[in-house]
Design a protein around this ligand. Structure first.
Ligand SMILES: [Fe+2]
Length: 216
């Protein structure tokens, strides 16, 4: 590898491999997600990812090179982290929050990669290729923002209150620990509702009620 062009092609191969791996992982992430909006976001990104692979292949065609021959170890590791999360079998709300975290790691990894190759394409005077790569970079950025929105609007909040579900099922930790947590939960709820009692109805998100009823 001696030239910027060599490095450019190497990075492109990495991204192609990354996207191909992600195409296999996204349906599993969509299936694992409990929140329908999150599941939908993963499936939408699957379609986008398929188009991103096509764009990369267009770039390779222009370059007269093959996209094959390299495995993106970074993406392999990120996907593996997602699989480890699933194996932990967390509470559904916590699982969703975790899936968002894993997906954002993936997006940021790709954003770094596409930003790099877009700039290399510009430096090499390959304007058309730079445009194609910029298109994908924009999509990755939008996906990242959507994931942030989903996390902030409800999923992380539900995960934060998921301890309530656990209390009901838990039998091993003993009554003292349980009642302490009960007190702290009430304090939080009361604080948030100006002193009024009655569970987590004030929490945002369509599933707050559901969380409340299982918590009792
Ligand atoms: Fe992508």
């Amino acid at each position: 590898m001696n030239t910027l062009r060599d490095l450019y092609i190497d990075e492109l191969k990495d991204l192609w491999s990354a996207e191909k791996q992600l195409i296999k992982a996204l349906p599993k992430m969509a299936k694992a997600a409990n929140d329908p909006e999150l599941s939908k976001a993963f499936m939408t990104h699957l379609r986008e990812t398929e188009r991103q692979v096509e764009r990369l292949e267009q770039v390779f065609e222009e370059l007269g090179e093959s996209p094959r021959g390299k495995k993106c170890i970074g993406m392999e590791g990120l996907i593996e982290e997602g699989q480890e999360l699933l194996k932990e079998k967390p509470d559904p709300d916590v699982l969703d929050a975790g899936l968002i975290a894993k997906a954002q790691h993936i997006e940021h990894y790709e954003i770094a990669g596409y930003g790099t190759v877009r700039t290399y394409a510009q430096l090499l005077g390959a304007e058309r290729q730079a445009q194609l790569l910029q298109q994908t970079l924009d999509e990755e950025g939008k996906t990242d923002k959507l994931l942030t929105q989903l996390a902030e609007s409800s999923i992380n909040i539900e995960a934060a209150t998921a301890e309530g579900d656990e209390e009901e099922e838990e039998t091993t930790r003993g009554a003292r620990g349980r009642s302490e947590r009960e007190v702290s939960r009430r304090t939080t709820v009361e604080g948030g509702r100006g002193g009024a009692r009655g569970g987590g109805r004030g929490r945002s998100g369509g599933r707050a009620k559901e969380t409340e009823s299982t918590a009792r």
